[in-house]
Each structure stands twice: as structure tokens, then as C-alpha cells.
Design a protein around this ligand. Structure first.
Ligand SMILES: NC(=O)c1ccc[n+]([C@@H]2O[C@H](COP(=O)([O-])OP(=O)(O)OC[C@H]3O[C@@H](n4cnc5c(N)ncnc54)[C@H](O)[C@@H]3O)[C@@H](O)[C@H]2O)c1
Length: 261
């Protein structure tokens, strides 16, 4: 099999670290040209260098996904450099914890701004370019919390549910233009986001074990296991896949926990 993403020009938000970085590296390894967008400019440069040193093609696009002007500049810079973009991954996200009565107004607004408005702004800029490219694939990063109830993640869960609904609406709206739209809903992934959350708890080792125990295989997922699904959805192998929400959680969301005997 040749490289799966040869000829693709992709924009990946939140690609400076964690899962987004993993997706960027895998896309480049599969032949895609990659726009590495992140609010952290140094991280963007670092990932771009990692890709180019491995023989891939990438451009660093420091930008804040909540700012329309930033997003427009980033998308135009990408198109000027690599041609019409045809793959968008909106992965940038923030995850404050808290139940609804513990969530401040600013935190609520910030969570929706990065997770949901970021999707709106990137899609709004990318869709006209995808038309020029003759079609494309949009993949929004949701989460298992967008469908399943998890405690203490109210605002975050609401944003992820919104992304799943947004993807379904866009999948219908743009189908005739050859633009597919899907969401990926990972379970817990061994990532900086998880490490930060675990480190903040009273007993980090116990918390980490509790996360692993939620999964039928006894272990959370890896960044590469998530990136593989993004490669598939971005590729032409997924030409009849649109409006779908892929759970990437090792069966956690269909797991009815039994008491341990
Ligand atoms: N880690 C998990 O277990 C897990 C599980 C399910 C879903 N997710 C989702 O995957 C995505 C990535 O998660 P991660 O664990 O890699 O997180 P992370 O915090 O390690 O990385 C997020 C990246 O997004 C960037 N970012 C944040 N705000 C931004 C903004 N306004 N503009 C541009 N970039 C911005 C950050 O600088 C960072 O590089 C998130 O959407 C998250 O909700 C993560």
C-alpha cells in the first residue's frame, strides 16, 4: 500500500503537543502536507521541525482558534504555501473540570470559544477552499463525554456534544460538494491533558490506576491509536464515511461494569 494521504493538504489545530502533534506526525508520515496550528508558537515551530527533519512537509501556523482574523490568516498562509487545503482536523481543546454550579461564566465561555467557536471559525475558512480543492474531509475532535455521562466535566461535555451535532449538520449540508464531516470520540488517552489532570489529584497513582481500570483491556488508549483513526477518516478509503462519530475507547462506552468478584 502507498502512503494513505499523498496529495492531501491538511490543517491541524492544537497540533503543538499531545494528540494533535501525534496526528500531525502521522499525517506527514502518510504523505500529507501539514499546517501545524497552535496558540503556542514555539510548540508549532518544534512540531514543524520534527516533521521536516523526518522528511515530511509542514508549516508552522501560530494562531488562536477563537480569533477569526488569526484563523483566516493561518488558512490563507497554508493555501499560499501548499495549495488548496482539503483536510481539516479541529483538535484544539480545553478541559476544565467541575459540575455546572462550580463552573464560572468565564470558564464556560472560554471552553465554548476554543472547543466550539474554534470549529466554526476553522470550518468557515476551510470550506470555500475545500470547494476549490474539489472536496475534502473535516474531522472534529469530540470525546466520549459528548455522548456518555462522566462526572465533573459539565462544560467540556456540552462542547463535545455540540461538536458531534455540528458535524452531523455539516455532513448533510456539504455532501453534494464532496466534503465529508465526522467526529472522533476518544476515551481516556495517555496524553499531557491526562497527565495534568492526574497530577492535580490527591493520590495521582491511584487516580491513574482508576482510569486504566475503566477500560475493558485494563489500559487507557495511546495517542497513536487515536491518530490512526484520523488517518483513515482523512483518507480516500473513508469516501463513504460521513456524519459518523467514531468511538476510540477500547469498548469503554459499551462496557457495563460488573462487580469484581
Ligand atoms: N487526552 C485525552 O484523554 C482526550 C480524550 C478525549 C478527547 N480529547 C480531546 O483531544 C484534543 C487534544 O487533547 P490533548 O490531550 O492532546 O490536549 P493538550 O492540552 O495536550 O493539547 C491541546 C493543544 O491545543 C492547543 N490550544 C489550546 N487552546 C488553543 C487555542 N485557543 N488556539 C490554538 N490552539 C490551542 C494547546 O496549546 C495544546 O497544544 C482536545 O480537543 C481534547 O478535548 C482528549
Amino acid at each position: 500500500m502507498g502512503m494513505l494521504l499523498e496529495g492531501k493538504v491538511s490543517l491541524i489545530t492544537g497540533a503543538g503537543q499531545g494528540i494533535g502533534r501525534g496526528i500531525a506526525l502521522r499525517f506527514a508520515a502518510e504523505g500529507a502536507r501539514v499546517g501545524v496550528l497552535d496558540i503556542n508558537a514555539a510548540a508549532c515551530e518544534h512540531v514543524m521541525t520534527e516533521i521536516t527533519q523526518a522528511g515530511g512537509q509542514a508549516i508552522a501556523l501560530p494562531a488562536n482558534v477563537t480569533q477569526g482574523g488569526d484563523v483566516r490568516n493561518a488558512v490563507h498562509t497554508l493555501a499560499d504555501r501548499f495549495g488548496w487545503p482539503n483536510v481539516l482536523v479541529h483538535n484544539a481543546g480545553v478541559m476544565p473540570s467541575g459540575r455546572i454550579d462550580e463552573t464560572g461564566e468565564e470558564e464556560w465561555d472560554r471552553t465554548f470559544a476554543v472547543n466550539v467557536k474554534g470549529a466554526y471559525l476553522t470550518c468557515r475558512e476551510m470550506i470555500p477552499m475545500m470547494r476549490q480543492a474539489g472536496g475534502g474531509s473535516i474531522i472534529l475532535m469530540a470525546s466520549i463525554t459528548g455522548v456518555n455521562g462522566l462526572p465533573g466535566l459539565a462544560a467540556y461535555s456540552a462542547t463535545k456534544g455540540a461538536l458531534i451535532s455540528l458535524a452531523r449538520a455539516m455532513a448533510i449540508d456539504y455532501a453534494r460538494e464532496g466534503i465529508r464531516v465526522n467526529t472522533v470520540s476518544p476515551g481516556t488517552i495517555d496524553s499531557p491533558m491526562l497527565h495534568r489532570f492526574v497530577a492535580e489529584q490527591n493520590d495521582p497513582a491511584r487516580t491513574r490506576q482508576a482510569f486504566d481500570d475503566m477500560y475493558p483491556r485494563g489500559q487507557v488508549g495511546t495517542i497513536d491509536e487515536v491518530a490512526s483513526v484520523f488517518v483513515f477518516l482523512a483518507s480516500d478509503w473513508a469516501s463513504f464515511v460521513s456524519g459518523a462519530n467514531y468511538a476510540v475507547d477500547g469498548g469503554m462506552s459499551i462496557y457495563s461494569m460488573q462487580p469484581r468478584m
